[in-house]
Every structure is written in structure tokens, then in C-alpha cells.
Design a protein. Structure first.
Length: 129
């Protein structure tokens, strides 16, 4: 398997998190007009777009400490996004689009695993220095 440079990896992850946010936006437009759906929708949109925005900001970090700080936010927001997607699935608000929600849960789970790994490695490197 080909190993990516940090710059190539960051570019791919910026695009991946942006595409994920766009998919969440598209899904949110399909939610029913109920109060419960509006509450979940607002929270989901905020956290999903925050994942993309903060990963992008992390890549523009001026220092390793700033990068680490932003990655911590990405991990937190990705976990929250996963929670809201699970709430959406478990509430049966998206009965006709359950497979779309499941795909998004799978994608945010992968993004969360990747960014958690980055966070852990950065923390470990800081402790070793």
C-alpha cells in the first residue's frame, strides 16, 4: 500500500470531512417538519460541519500545539455527530432513509477512529519529548 505524505493525507481528509458535511446537509433537507427532527437537525448540522471546519483549521495550524488543539475539537465534534446520527436512526424519524443514516454513521465512525488515532499519537509524541 502506498504511504501518503502528511500534506497528501491532510488534503484527502479535508475533502473527506467536507464531503461528509455536505452529505449530512443533504440528509437534513429530508427530515420531517417535527420539533424533534428540528432539534436533532440543528445539532447534527452544527457538529458535522464543525468536523470539517476544524480539520481544515488544524491543517492551517501555526504550531504542533495548535494542530493538536484543533484535532481534539475534531474528535469531540465527530463523536457528537455520531451521537446525533444514532439518535436520528433510533428515533425512526428517517424510516425511508435508514440506509442513508447508516452510511453516515459508518463514515463518521471511520473519521472518528482516524482522528482519535492522530490525537493519541500526537499526545504520545508530546509525552516522549
Amino acid at each position: 500500500m502506498e504511504r501518503l505524505t502528511n500534506q497528501e493525507f491532510n488534503k484527502k481528509m479535508r475533502e473527506r470531512t467536507k464531503q461528509f458535511a455536505l452529505q449530512v446537509i443533504a440528509l437534513s433537507n429530508q427530515l420531517p417538519n417535527k420539533e424533534s427532527a428540528r432539534v436533532i437537525n440543528r445539532q447534527l448540522l452544527r457538529s458535522a460541519t464543525s468536523v470539517a471546519a476544524n480539520f481544515r483549521a488544524a491543517c492551517r495550524g501555526r504550531s504542533k500545539a495548535e494542530f493538536y488543539s484543533k484535532i481534539c475539537i475534531v474528535v469531540e465534534e465527530a463523536d457528537e455527530t455520531q451521537f446525533w446520527l444514532e439518535m436520528l436512526a433510533d428515533s425512526n424519524l428517517m424510516v425511508n432513509n435508514h440506509s442513508d443514516v447508516s452510511k453516515l454513521i459508518s463514515e463518521i465512525s471511520e473519521i472518528l477512529a482516524i482522528t482519535t488515532s492522530i490525537k493519541s499519537k500526537l499526545k504520545q509524541n508530546n509525552q516522549n519529548n
